[in-house]
Structures are given as structure tokens and as C-alpha cells.
Design a protein around this ligand. Structure first.
Ligand code: 5RP
Length: 231
């Protein structure tokens, strides 16, 4: 099985959690894309749900599949969000934002009674941080914010390069919210909770990709089958 087959397997298992009438948050990325595709098939067959997307890309995909879409303004409380992750540890702490969508992903997850992570099991790690931690920052004051972020990271016992994310054509990547992303190459995050709090206090940081206390469960697909964490 390829990694993509495993992602699809995890997405299919998550679909079993969906009940008629549910208000759903739809994640972003290649794994979440499988979930949205499968959900679209169920909607075409008559399933009644209302959904909120975590990115413009997911919104476009869902609309193309005729999935009924809403916003958090119209539907501020969701029953279930299904999303991917870049890293997951055994305490269901996550790194997200590889697709630059972690700001909306975190808002949607926080508005949901349950957030289920779907992934292939290569995303399960003993310690968070090998995947660069995405930090969304406003363009104004970028260099000052970068220095304050570096100081916050050092204060939490970690260190590493901060790299401004670029698009394939070399231009600065701009998020759906009009911001930039600094990717923090930390190798390992010594104190995830402390770092999450410290980054949240830096002026200019809009949101970081540490998701702590948000995921209620994870569905991980591997060569040996499905593994469920939590929920
Ligand atoms: C987007 C995300 C994605 O969920 C994360 O990057 C995982 O993506 P994929 O399913 O393609 O591996 O956080 O911001």
C-alpha cells in the first residue's frame, strides 16, 4: 500500500463517525482531501450534513462536490472536525500547518465538540519537532516578530532556524488570511505546552501550529491496519 492508500483508509474509517444532521469541520491537506471526497459521495447518496471548511482549497473542493457549506458565523458550534496532521504524539499533541492552514484549522477545531485526526502512521512521533513548526505572522514588522519568536523559542529550551515559507516560484507564501509563515526548524520541541503559550504571547504572531488539547482522537493507518488513539 502507498502512503496515499493509507491516508484514504484512515479517511474512510473517519467517515463511519459521521451521522445524519451533523455539523462538520473539514480539514485541509491530502488526507483531509480524501475525507471530503468520500463525504461528497455520501452526500450525493442523500446524507444530510452541514460543513465548515478550514481553507479556501477545501471550500472549493467541497462546493465542487455539492457538499452543503456554511461558515462559523452561521454555524458557530460543530459536532465533529476531521483533519490531517504533520505530527502526532501519543498524548494527541499535534504539529499542523504544513499546508499553511493551521489558523483556520485551529479555529474550526476549537469550535468542534470533537476533532479526529486522520493520518498514515508515519505521522506518529515520540517527540514533536522534527517537522518544522509553522508560525503564521502578520507581514508588518516581520523582522522584529522573527526576533521575538526566536527569543520565545530559546526561552522554552529549543533552538533552530526560522525560515520564511516561499511558494514554488520563490515568492513569499501568503496564507488565506493574508499573512506569512515562519517555519521553525527545531528538531525536537523540549516543552510543547510552554512553547505554545510563549508563541501565543508574541505580538505579530497570529497562530502557531502546535495543537494541544484539541484532538480528541486519531485514526492512524499503517501496513498492519488501523490504529485508534483516544476517542
Ligand atoms: C494543513 C495541515 C495538514 O493537515 C497537514 O499538513 C497534513 O497534510 P497531509 O494530509 O497532506 O499530510 O495541517 O495546514
Amino acid at each position: 500500500m502507498t502512503a496515499d492508500d493509507l491516508k484514504k483508509l484512515a479517511a474512510a474509517r473517519a467517515l463511519e463517525l459521521v451521522r445524519p444532521g451533523m455539523r462538520l469541520g473539514l480539514g485541509t491537506g491530502s488526507t483531509a482531501k480524501h475525507f471530503v471526497d468520500l463525504l461528497g459521495q455520501r452526500v450525493a447518496a442523500g446524507l444530510d450534513v452541514i460543513c465548515v471548511a478550514t481553507s479556501e482549497a477545501t471550500q472549493a473542493q467541497a462546493l465542487a462536490l455539492a457538499i452543503p457549506m456554511s461558515t462559523l458565523d452561521e454555524t458557530p458550534e460543530l459536532d465533529l472536525t476531521v483533519d490531517g496532521a504533520d505530527e502526532i504524539d501519543s498524548a494527541l499533541r499535534l504539529i499542523k500547518g504544513g499546508g499553511a492552514a493551521h489558523l483556520r484549522e485551529k479555529i474550526v477545531a476549537a469550535a468542534s465538540a470533537r476533532m479526529i485526526v486522520i493520518a498514515d502512521d508515519s505521522k506518529l512521533v515520540e517527540r514533536l519537532g522534527r517537522f518544522p513548526l509553522p508560525i503564521e505572522v502578520v507581514p508588518f514588522g516581520l523582522e522584529a516578530t522573527r526576533r521575538a519568536v526566536a527569543a520565545a523559542i530559546a526561552g522554552c529550551g529549543s533552538a533552530g532556524e526560522l525560515v520564511l515559507r516561499k511558494r514554488p516560484d520563490g515568492a513569499r507564501l501568503v496564507t488565506d488570511n493574508g499573512n506569512y509563515i515562519l517555519d521553525a526548524h527545531l528538531g525536537a520541541i523540549a516543552q510543547p505546552e510552554a512553547l505554545a503559550l510563549a508563541l501565543g504571547q508574541v505580538p505579530g504572531v497570529v497562530e502557531h501550529g502546535l495543537f494541544i488539547g484539541l484532538a480528541s482522537g486519531a485514526i492512524l493507518a499503517g501496513a498492519d491496519g488501523l490504529r485508534l488513539l483516544g476517542a
